[in-house]
Structures are given as structure tokens and as C-alpha cells.
Write a protein that binds this ligand. Structure first.
Ligand code: 5RP
Length: 234
């Protein structure tokens, strides 16, 4: 389907348009990775409706929140232990560069999202046009999941080694905790020239569980734009 919009769409409309297009990629019998975030939340009711009409799929959620929502829409849910290989995953992103590398994790689910992406034959990302950037790190910080033990020296090492600001994510006045009971450091870089190298260097630091840099993991990006749907392929 192609939408012509007349330029009156807001961001939520563009996200919904991308999410609804992504539903076309889900076929009967598939194991489907279910991402996290407001864009994916437009997709879940659409899958739920298809399941009510007879679509037979199993969802692998990337967060407690997505699991709860998926169940509320009647989507059958399972685990990576039962289904270690996923046919297609549909997820959101905070930034997408021209090579289809990403920053993810504003919603805090980056580690599970990356494990699910890695186990997927096809990773589809759904975004509105504001998420497209020439270089990662243009607007969004890179979320880094760290174990609570020693989070402060880990933060100091990151700041010192990469000349960035690393801020502990908060939930009101307490540290935000991920579904894995870890903390998140939101790290502001002044543009990221080589995301793969940055990721490799970050992962050498003890205490870092995962980063929100997704490099070479994405096959397709579906972008909701003011002019309609745009599909980017790797
Ligand atoms: C959660 C994520 C989200 O997919 C990402 O933050 C995009 O969210 P939204 O669709 O709400 O803009 O990575 O960890």
C-alpha cells in the first residue's frame, strides 16, 4: 500500500503508517520478534486483529511491557528457549544512519532488543522520518546498560576514554532499572564516526552489558514520511 498524505501528518501518524506497513511482512506460521516503544505499540493491535482473524504466529517480546500489551491483544507469546530462531523481528529506533545502523534504547529495552535482533533471520525497523540522520549521535545519546555494581567508576571510565557525558538514567529520584535489573547510562557523543569501533571499544569495559548501537543488524527500515512510506533496504 502507498499513502499520499498531503503533508498534514504528525509524528504519531507517520509512526502508525510505518507500523501498519510492517504488518505485511508477517506471514502465517512465523515466529515474530516484537520490539518495544511507541511505534511498535501501533503494530501490536494490528497483529492482534490478524490473529483474531486466523493468523497463526508466535511472538517473542523484547520487554515486559511489550509482553503484557501483546497478551492483551491476544497474540500468542513464547520465549527464545522455546524458539531460538526468529523469522522476522519488527522494532523501533531512535536514530537510523544511511548504512541502516541504529541507536536504540530510549525505552530501556536495548539488551533484549539486541539479543532478539541477533536471533532473527530478518530485522525490520519502523520509524518516522525524524529518526533519519546522516551520522549516529546527532541528536540521541547512546544508552549503555551497565550492572549496578560499580556503575559509577564505569561511568567515569566511559567519560574519560570517549570524551563524552554519561548520565545515569533516572526514574523520578531513583536509578531507572531495566527488565534485566541493570542501570542505564545515557552517553552523549558529538557525532559517531565509526559506530562499530565505538561499540567494540565500549564492550571491552567490565560492567557494560550492552550498548544501544546496532551495527549491521538491520535488513529493512520502513519510514513513515509526510509524503508517504519509504522503504530502505540494506
Ligand atoms: C526501546 C527502543 C525503541 O524502539 C526506541 O526508543 C524507539 O521508540 P519509539 O518508537 O517510542 O520512538 O529502542 O528500547
Amino acid at each position: 500500500m502507498y499513502y499520499r498524505t498531503g503533508g498534514t501528518l504528525d509524528r504519531e501518524d507517520m509512526k502508525k503508517m510505518a507500523a501498519e506497513k510492517a504488518a505485511d511482512y508477517i506471514k502465517d506460521g512465523m515466529i515474530v520478534g516484537l520490539g518495544t516503544g511507541s511505534t511498535v505499540e501501533h503494530l501490536l493491535p494490528k497483529i492482534g486483529e490478524a490473529v483474531k482473524n486466523g493468523l497463526d504466529i508466535t511472538g517473542i517480546p523484547t520487554s515486559h511491557k511489550t509482553k503484557k500489551l501483546a497478551e492483551s491483544y491476544g497474540i500468542p507469546i513464547s520465549t527464545l528457549t522455546e524458539h531460538p530462531e526468529i523469522d522476522v523481528t519488527i522494532d523501533g529506533a531512535d536514530e537510523v544512519d544511511p548504512q541502516l545502523n541504529l541507536i536504540k534504547g530510549a525505552g530501556g529495552a536495548l539488551t533484549r532488543e539486541k539479543v532478539v535482533a541477533y536471533a532473527s533471520k530478518k530485522e525490520i525497523i519502523i520509524v518516522d522520518e525524524t529518526k533519519l540522520v546522516q551520522q549516529l549521535g546527532s541528536y540521541s545519546p547512546v544508552p549503555i546498560e551497565v550492572i549496578p555494581f560499580g556503575w559509577y567508576p564505569t561511568k567515569l571510565i566511559i567519560e574519560d576514554r570517549f570524551s563524552c557525558m554519561a548520565e545515569l538514567r533516572k526514574d523520578e529520584d531513583k536509578p531507572y532499572t531495566s527488565d534485566n535489573m541493570n542501570y542505564i547510562l545515557d552517553c552523549e557523543f558529538d557525532g559517531i564516526g565509526d559506530p562499530r569501533e565505538l561499540e567494540r571499544n565500549l564492550k571491552e569495559i567490565p560492567g557494560i552489558v550492552e550498548t544501544g548501537l546496532f551495527v549491521d543488524l538491520v535488513d529493512t527500515v520502513i519510514v513513515g514520511t509526510r509524503e508517504g512510506i519509504k522503504i530502505l533496504e540494506r
